[in-house]
Design a protein around this ligand. Sequence first.
Ligand code: HEM
Length: 367
Amino acid sequence: MNAAFASAQTCPYIVLREPAAVREVLHRPENFSPANALIAVTPLSGQSLRVLQRARFALPPVLASNDTASHAGIRKVVAGYFTPATVGAFEPRIRGIARDAAAAAVGLLETVGQVDLVQAVAAYPPAVVMLELLGLPVRDLPELKAWSLDSLELFWGWPDPERQLELAHSAAEFYGWLRELVLEAVASPGRNLFRSLAEHGLSTPEICSLGYFLLIAGQETTTQLISTAFFRLAEGSVGFAWKDAASGTTARDLIRHVLATESSVPTWRRIAAQDTVLDGERIPAGAEILLELTGNHESSGQGPTAYGLAFGSGIHRCLGAKLAELEAAVVVQETAAALQGIRLAEPNPEWLRLLSFQAPRTVVVGR
Ligand code: HEM
């Protein structure tokens, strides 16, 4: 088996890099549970826990970390908001939002001389699209973006105690905002996801738990994918010229290339539900497993994998895969068409590097 049984001091996970083994784990949910999907990589301090408890913050297993029989029914309710037909019909709206963002970036480039494509273009369209598709009000977007990054760092990062406390305050504030949104949406007459979940029988804490994951995963990961695509395109390092990405086919190929080589979600976790065997090796119950979904698979001798595992596989496969790919391609295409003749103004940006998330924090371009 191509697993790295690293010492517990350096890495608490069994790391699986071989695509076939990763796929097998994802397809054996009875042996490899997703129950650890939302557990903080850096254990929360007593002080941070108290901040979260005061906000009645709780993440009961509902969707991504749910290994019980209730998962299938809940997944079906959420999937109803992202059917291929719904996503396909939304393309003109996505293109309109992308064009507006690209036009604003052109304005900044002309007035200021340079523009950060992460803030100007990648940040907001995925959030607007997600909220509209879910039937939720589009509001407080700057706060949503800041809360998302903070929560990703709190749960998938390595903050020191002081930073962790700051992040816990941010997560508590986000959760309070979310609870209000849930109560409002459940009581409102129109079709929206939170109301559908309440009708399915979920409690308010369960809806908040699902909302906390989805409102982050449903937009920040796409922002990050678009950011990396912009950076590599502007850098000229991936074999695609900036001007060529103005074509829909090239933009789609670029997004698939980034998903295969440098995805915004390069890894995901599972935990062994009981003593089991993988590729002839014994895996003890409770072992935490880090799956390398995409990236380098030199060990397999096949070079980078296709992007086939970028969205996971099996019964928990990402429900937003089609939407994320479409959005990313449309945003890149519209931006490449609107901003001609640009160059990378800051070739060494800071990167967000967490256990399961990565992207450049800025992509500043000029003429
Ligand atoms: C580039 C963007 C995205 C990437 C790379 C990504 C990746 C992933 C991955 C790796 C998983 C875990 C899959 C597994 O356990 O097998 C996942 C789950 C999930 N994703 Fe995404 N995702 C993205 C965007 C989105 C979007 C836009 C949405 C919705 C609007 C979304 C909704 C979900 C949901 C609901 C789950 C949990 C599904 C379940 O447990 O049944 N994701 N995603």
